[in-house]
Design a protein around this ligand. Structure first.
Ligand code: AMP
Length: 287
């Protein structure tokens, strides 16, 4: 596996691959790999000739009071894991190369970035859209792979690529969970054993919502009331948002007609966790 840090070197390698007619896939990450990341890598390997995994803890998507400084990092472990999975290139640009002095250009995906995580994390999606566009320009992949765990991010990135005519396919992949249902996240490492137990309330709330829908519930009010009750009963848990939205526009829906997405952001003491699921009138699938 090749490790590239310099954006010019990355661009050069990508140009070379393109010249050979190879299909390049990119999976952007912030590192501290877990099985969610590995699932993106494994999928990426199946659909292309060269898999690039970017590892960049992007300062532009963190607010001033957020966890940029203490975001978990373990490059040696990440290198080992990526090598084991068969990643072709780990791209690890430095912040000063991504945002050199004088940097001043940012991408705003307006409406989709506004509510939900965008409301509690102002500027977050501007940072995400900007770094993803930069990575797409540097790596020029034919496909980029993202997790549905960060559902709003996935929608923002799809919109950005479509609106700015980036010739790429953006693929969303299913959420990977711990055996008990907690969505895998690098931030789970912040949780004490007690908080880890409380954090299960997100998954429990999603499962309860699915069961309600399976038994005929459709209204937003009923579904969100059940969700709130479960989360509020967990020690240390505080809801940032619980939203029932149209899967494409992320606008609130009053009732499930066809499909809706239930999106959750919950503070467990000082750790903010997100999770989501599809709620479908007709389809019974697992969370
Ligand atoms: P991150 O390193 O947290 O920025 O995540 C990098 C990519 O992995 C993003 O596309 C995430 O949506 C995806 N991802 C993170 N956690 C999971 C998970 N539990 N299941 C599937 N994809 C995930």
């Amino acid at each position: 596996m090749e490790i590239i840090s310099d954006p010019q070197d990355m661009r050069g390698r990508a140009r070379q691959w393109r010249g050979l007619g190879l299909k390049v896939v990119l999976a952007p990450t912030m590192g501290f790999f877990h099985r969610g990341h590995v699932s993106l890598m494994e999928y990426g390997k199946t659909i292309g000739d060269r898999l690039v995994v970017s590892l960049f803890v992007n300062p532009a998507q963190f607010g001033p009071q957020e966890d940029l400084g203490r975001y978990p990092r373990d490059l040696d472990r990440d290198v080992r894991l990526a090598r084991e999975v068969g990643v072709d290139c780990l791209y690890t640009p430095e912040a000063k190369a991504m945002y050199p002095p004088g940097y001043q250009t940012f991408v705003a995906v307006e409406s989709l970035s506004q509510g939900l995580c965008g409301a509690s994390r102002p500027g977050h999606f501007r940072g995400v859209a900007t770094v993803v566009l930069k990575l797409l320009n540097q790596v020029s992949p034919q496909v980029a792979v993202f997790g549905e765990k960060d559902y709003q991010q996935l929608m923002v990135v799809k919109r950005m690529a479509a609106d700015l005519d980036v010739p790429i396919k953006i693929v969303g992949r299913p959420i990977v969970r711990e055996p008990d249902g907690l969505a895998m996240s690098s931030r789970n490492t912040y949780l004490t054993p007690e908080e880890r137990a409380a954090a299960l309330c997100l998954y429990r709330a999603l499962v309860a919502a699915r069961e309600l829908v399976a038994s005929g519930a459709r209204s937003r009010e009923n579904i969100l009331a059940a969700v709130r009750q479960i989360i509020n009963a967990a020690p240390g848990a505080r809801i940032d948002y619980a939203a029932l939205v149209d899967p494409a526009t992320l606008q609130d829906v009053e009732a499930i007609r066809g499909e809706a997405r239930l999106l959750l952001a919950v503070w467990v003491n000082k750790t903010r966790l997100i999770d989501n699921t599809l709620l479908s009138e007709s389809r019974l699938c697992c969370v």
